[in-house]
Ligand binder design. Sequence first.
Ligand code: HEC
Ligand code: HEC
Ligand code: HEC
Ligand code: HEC
Ligand code: HEC
Length: 478
Amino acid sequence: MRRNLPTLAALLVLGCPVEPDNGPSEQLLDPETCAECHPQHYRQWLGSMHAYAADDPVFLAMNARGQRETGGTLGDFCVRCHAPVAVALGKTTDGLNLDELPQSLKGVTCYFCHNVESIGGTHNNPITLALDNVMRGEIADPVDNPVHESVYAPMMDDNVLESGAMCGSCHDIVNNHEVHLERTYAEWVDSFYDDPDPSNPALKNYYAQTCSGCHLPGSNSPIADFDGVKLRRLRDHSMVGVDIALTDFPNATEGPELVAAQRALMEVQRAPAVCAGLCVRPGDEGGTDVVVWLHNEASGHFWPSGATQDRRAWLQLEAFAEDQQILKVGVIADDASVAVAAAADPTLWVFGDQGIGVDGQPASMFWDIADYESNLLPVAAIAGLKYDKTTWRERTWHVEGEVDRVAIQLNLRPIPFELIDELAEEELFDAAAIKARIPTFSVAATHIEWTPETAEMTDLEGPCVKSASCFDVIAMDE
Ligand code: HEC
Ligand code: HEC
Ligand code: HEC
Ligand code: HEC
Ligand code: HEC
C-alpha cells in the first residue's frame, strides 16, 4: 500500500497537523474541510440526499416514532445508514440526539465513503471504517497533499464490478421481521449490469455498469484545486434518485438553489429510464383495445427501486374519438392522493410495493412491515433486451367504438401524502408544508401519442407507436 505522508513543511504552512493512525482528525471528518481543495465535489454532495439524510424531516419523524413504538429496540437501525459516522464514533445510538450533534457528523459524509476499510455483508450497512486519515479513491498515483493521505481502493473504482458492494451495503435493507424491504443492491446483482459481457469481457456497452458508473458520471477535469495536479476524471457527486429535499438543504445560503439543481439533474437521469409502446387495435368482440407496454430501459435495478414501499408510479392514459374524451385513467392532480385514485379506479395501473403488517393489514412503517406485495418494472437478467419478453409489462383497456387519439405518460411520486399525514398525527411536523413540496414526476420517454397517422404497422398485431428510446418492442419472441 502506498502512503503519502505529508511533508513537515506543508504541515507548518497549513498549521493543522495530521495524526496518521491515531483516529480521524476532527478536520477530516468535516466536509467543509474538503471544500477547500475539492470545491465541486463539496457543492454537489451538499445538494445530495447523502448530505440531507439526517436532516430529512420525514426520516426524523419516522425514527422518533419507531423508537417510541418499539420501546427503543429499533436502536441504531436507522441512523446506521442515515448518520453512519456519528454511529461509528459512538456519538449517537438511536438518532434521537441528532440535533445536538455538529452538522459535520450528520448524513452520509465524504469521510464515511472515503474511509471504508471493509464490507462485511450485503445489507443494513455492514461497513467497517478504518477511522484513520487515509482517503480511499480510484486514483492510483495521487499527488501528495498536507491534509490527508490517499490510496487506491478497488471498492471505490467503477471499473471494478465489486465496487457495487460499497453502495449496495446501505442500498439494501432487511428489517426486524426479516423482510427484504429495499432491494436495490440485490436487484443490480441479479441483473446483467453486474456481469461482464460474455462475448467480450473488455466491453462495457450494456454489461458491466456499476452504481458509480451510472450515478457518478465523469468529466475530464482536475479533481483538486492544488499545485501539481493533472487532468483526471471528475465524478459528479450529486447522486440523484427520486427523492428531493423536502425542506431547503441545511446550507442556508445555497439551500434553494441546490434543490433546483437536484431536480434538474433528476429529470435528465429519469428521462430514458422507462420506455413505452402503445397499440390501438379492434377488440375481439367489437370496440377498441388500447394496449400499453412498459419496460425498464435504463435503471440498473428495478423501477422504481429502493424505498418502493413508499414510491407510487402510475400510468396516465387518455383516449379520444372526434375530440370527445372517451377514456381517462390516472389523471391525478398534483395535490391529490394516488391511493384514493387507485381505490376509486380498479383499472389504474400502479407500480410500487404495498407493505403488509403482522395482522395482514396494509402497513407503512418500516418496523411494522412483515410482508409485502410488489408490482415493479424488473431489470433484465440478460442484455439484448428485445429477446427478454419476461421483463416487459402489458395492460389493455377496452372501449366501445372507435378511437382516433391516445396519449400516455408514466408518472411517479416519491412519498405518499398518507405517510406524511400518518406521521403528523404524533410528530411535531409541518405536514402541509412538506406535502406541498412532494413532487409528481414523469418519465419523459413514456410521453407518447397514438394517432392513425403516427402509428406504424408492426407484428404487435396492429398500428403502434413507441418511445424513441425503446429497443425493438416489436421483434419480441412470443
Ligand atoms: C456515497 C459515497 C460518497 C460520498 C458521500 C462522497 N464520495 Fe467522493 N467518491 C465516491 C466514489 C464511489 C468515488 C469514485 C468514483 C469512481 O471511481 O467512479 C469518489 C471519488 C472522489 C474523488 C476522486 C476524484 C473523482 O471525482 O472521482 C474525490 C476527490 C472525492 N470523491 C471527494 C469527495 C468529497 C470531497 C466528498 C464530500 C464533499 C465526497 N467525495 C463524498 C463516493 C463518495
Ligand atoms: C489541501 C487540499 C486538500 C484537502 C483539504 C482535501 N484534499 Fe483530497 N486530495 C487533494 C489532492 C491534491 C489530491 C490528489 C489529486 C490528484 O492526484 O489528482 C486529493 C485526492 C483525494 C482523493 C482521491 C484519493 C485516491 O487515491 O483516489 C479523495 C477520495 C479525496 N482527496 C478526498 C478528500 C476528502 C473527503 C477531503 C475532506 C475530508 C479532502 N480530500 C480534503 C487535496 C486535498
Ligand atoms: C452509509 C450508507 C450509504 C452508502 C454507503 C451509500 N448510500 Fe446512497 N443513500 C443513503 C441514504 C441514507 C440515502 C437517502 C437519504 C434520504 O433520503 O434521507 C441515500 C440516497 C442515495 C440516492 C438518492 C436516492 C433517491 O431516491 O433520491 C442515490 C442515487 C444514492 N444514494 C446512490 C448511492 C451510490 C451510487 C453509492 C455508492 C457510491 C451510495 N449511494 C452509497 C445511504 C448510503
Ligand atoms: C445502468 C445505470 C444504473 C445502474 C448500474 C444503477 N442505477 Fe440507480 N438509477 C438509475 C436510473 C436511470 C435511475 C432513475 C430512475 C428514475 O428516476 O425514474 C436510478 C435510480 C436510483 C435510485 C432511486 C430509486 C428509487 O426509485 O427510489 C437509487 C437509490 C439508486 N438508483 C441507487 C443505485 C445503486 C445503489 C446502484 C448499484 C447497486 C445503482 N443505482 C445502479 C440508473 C442506474
Ligand atoms: C441499510 C441502510 C438504511 C437503513 C437501515 C435505513 N435507511 Fe432510510 N434510506 C436508506 C436509503 C439508501 C434511502 C434511499 C432510498 C431510495 O431512494 O431508494 C433511504 C431513504 C429513506 C427515506 C426517504 C425515502 C422514503 O420515502 O422512505 C426515509 C424517510 C427513511 N429512509 C427513513 C428511515 C427510517 C425511519 C429508518 C429506520 C426505521 C431507515 N430509514 C433505515 C438507507 C437506510
